[in-house]
Design a protein around this ligand. Sequence first.
Ligand code: RM4
Ligand code: MN
Ligand code: MN
Length: 412
Amino acid sequence: MSGWEKQFELLGDVLTDKGMDVDAVVNALKKQVIELPSWAVGNSGTRYGVFREDGAARDIWDKIDDCSEIQRVVGICSVMASHVLWDVTEDGRYKPVREYATKRGLTIGTVHPNTFMGQQFKLGSVCSPDESVRQSTVDHFIDCVRITREMGSKVIGIWLADGTNYPGQDHLRSRKQRMFEGIKSLYEAMDEDMTLAIEYKFFEPGFYTTDLMDWGMSFIMCSKLGERAKVLVDVGHHAQGVNIEHIVSILLDEGKLGGFHLNDRKYADDDLMAGTINPLQLFLVYDQIVDAANDPTAAQAAADIVYMLDQSHNVEPSIEGIIHSVMNTQTAFAKSLLVEREKLHAAQATGDVLLANRILMGAYETDVQPLLKKIRVEMGRDPDPILAYREGGYAQKIAEERAGEGIGALGG
Ligand code: RM4
Ligand code: MN
Ligand code: MN
């Protein structure tokens, strides 16, 4: 028996003694799915520069190959999220993308329209004061419904770069009304079984106002649109100190949590690897989800959440960076499964503040690595995905094959 196998046995005994169903925990971990961000493989940069990576993906085919390699070692990422302008063939097609993904063992997940890169979007997309820009945005949205169908996906995720830079620049209430009309056109064009996830971000690229600046604004849009519109929470899109897990709990209770863009940050929208700066926060987010999953009134809302990474790798190799994020996300989820919920609820009910916090932190402080190694092996993977990736020789192979210049994450 290897070291981690012995640790697993011990952990299993400890959890069983606490009355926990270890098999249920193992099964839940095996069912976890994280969508890989096609845009995070390949070179990326800050606004100051791009550091080119040996073997960086050059086109959509490389990106699919890279995601497939990631899935080979992690086992819970058979879905690739897509950004439409960056994931198209040279002759403007999407079907071959889906077909190649299938061949490499992947399906296409959340499809993201792009209404922020064209010159026309200087003053916004659906919120622009220019009617023709609003119309071209809606045309793109509707085209994205077709693309989503062609990609075999059921979820569209929008993030609007709309905002203003100066007081007085535009009429704020009019922008809100234009935004609703624009998103409504998309919503109405969607198939009955498609879901719209609406992302918010508190600033950037606009620095004075952002038309969808927080979950409340997304929530207003979603509520007015209907059942199939839900809020997408990018964990890096809040002001400092905002309690994200609280937002998550409220959205879950309202049945309005569409999904996550997972990453981490220290200051603003830093797009760092998930769970690297504030692993406690990631755990607390998962804790709310698992709590809802155990409550019949919120279980469906929890089951419907779509999870994807949205990050950008500037100094770490992108494939390894993504694997690391997936592993950190597994860790957070595993810990949240170990919370002694009945005890916690009892402590909450009696106002035992200290005990409640100790119960929660007890789960957070448990070493779940033996558990994760166990499920990886049971899923036919190596217990350590990073090591498996390094030993597999893929990095060397792509460095040779793709010698020359890779593309940037923003397509350039
Ligand atoms: C935004 C937001 C979106 C992402 C773009 C590129 O900050 O996170 O999800 O698609 O960046
Ligand atoms: Mn995002
Ligand atoms: Mn972002």
